[in-house]
Design a protein around this ligand. Structure first.
Ligand code: ZN
Length: 55
């Protein structure tokens, strides 16, 4: 099995779950962030980034 990579919605980088600086939940899905600054941006306006989570 390969390591799951998640796309961080704010800056678009691929990160591994265990390397994420922060995690939020949006519509029942976990969203991983490369930094707390990105997490704060997302938490303030998740719908602004949600289109990046669909694909
Ligand atoms: Zn980021």
């Amino acid at each position: 099995m390969s390591i799951l990579q998640h796309k961080a919605p704010v800056c678009g980088v691929e990160i591994e779950a265990d390397q994420a600086a922060g995690v939020s939940e949006y519509r029942g899905k976990k969203v991983y962030f490369c930094s707390l600054a990105c997490k704060e941006k997302f938490d303030r306006a998740p719908e602004q980034f949600s289109k990046d989570l669909e694909g």
